[in-house]
Design a protein around this ligand. Sequence first.
Ligand SMILES: *Cc1c(COP(=O)(O)O)cnc(C)c1O
Length: 448
Amino acid sequence: MNDLLTDVCARIARYADTLDTRPVAPGPDAVAALARFDEPMPQHPADPGAVLRLLDEAGSQATVATAGGRYFGFVTGGTLPAALAANLLAAVWDQNGAYQVMSPVAATLEEVSANWLRELLGLPTQAGAGFTTGATMANLTALAAARHALLRRTGWDVEEDGLFGAPPIRVVVGDEVHASVLKALSLLGMGRARVERVPADSQGRMRADALPELSPSTIVCIQAGNVNTGAFDPAAEICAAAHDAGAWVHVDAAFGLWAAASPQLSDLTAGLGEADSWATDAHKWLNVPYDSGIAFVRNADDLRAAMTVGAAYLIAGADREPCHFTPDMSRRARGVEVWAALRSLGRSGVADLVDRCCRHTRRFADGLRSAGYDVLNDVVLNQALVSFGDDDTTRRVIERVQADGTCWFGGTVWQGRAAMRISVSSWATTDDDVERSLAALLRIAGTA
Ligand SMILES: *Cc1c(COP(=O)(O)O)cnc(C)c1O
């Protein structure tokens, strides 16, 4: 075991060293070499050292360098050094984070992290928190709590009796709702298509003046951080209108919620704390390893009622039992890395991380704009959208940039126009990474 762990540590360090020089996306040869894994199920045991060697030799080169500083696709964080180290130690611990009795340390670090996060992100101190795999499951978890609360008010117990014959729940979303919210609604029996859509403005923000009439049986899903533009729905206005009507407000804040940690940006998050539930990711802007998200629910009892589980052999203690707040039972001790990230950054470190990513994004936007390309959104956060001309040209530039390997950007269609998405979400991105990437973009776009 000792030799194996020494070997893996050496390989980890070597891999980390390649991040600055290797192509960001693996080339066709590296992907083709994955054929080495395509072998029949082995008949007999193999030496663990040989297994590790094969994994490193065939696997490492076919990774996408999302841990490096020049990956700007989707909304992708890297892994902070403290979070990575904590993740490795926790792997050796192999803790099951379901119950206090299964891992006192996992349960404690979840609770400490939840306390710190509520404070850092401007959420109510009493809010319940559930640690999930990501924002999709955090949306599901929070919306299950909303479903519970709205139906309980009508005397219906949805956990016991399900949705068959239950009083209807209305769900209102913005036209720019993230697909993961619709997926969560579908899993919860509330349907993707029966939502009422509210028109969005030019930045993708839900128009508060276009809200339908709300009622105590309505869940309004707003977002903090549009996945394309980074824009925030007007939370203060929507929460006020919803609460006047007795409705529930859920916020998909997968990455936008982290703006609350930055004094420079916290205006964007005004009113978010008034909502009833929130979903966020830790593997995006907090830069912890996959997978990691968190659901918060103002009234912790609603979350617990929606997620709790019981059986004779599962004897819960008097303290917070982690699995009473998430869909999972046995699960990885995700709170360990969240704690390590927050403990290593502190308040100022989180603010600095968020501000730095936004500054890098503005630099990309300014550099591309001054070269004559169109920036399609107001760059308010860490997201920018660029057009390099007509749609075919923009798509061609994106394809060539991805093949070039200096950096990686994805594409989208924004209000009918093809665009390249810029998302700076990693602690590892330096000024030099941005300049190298910008130079590559200009070089490639100049000949497309
Ligand atoms: C990324 C994202 C999600 C989904 O998060 P996962 O961690 O991929 O499950 C939901 N909403 C928004 C706005 C996002 O950016």
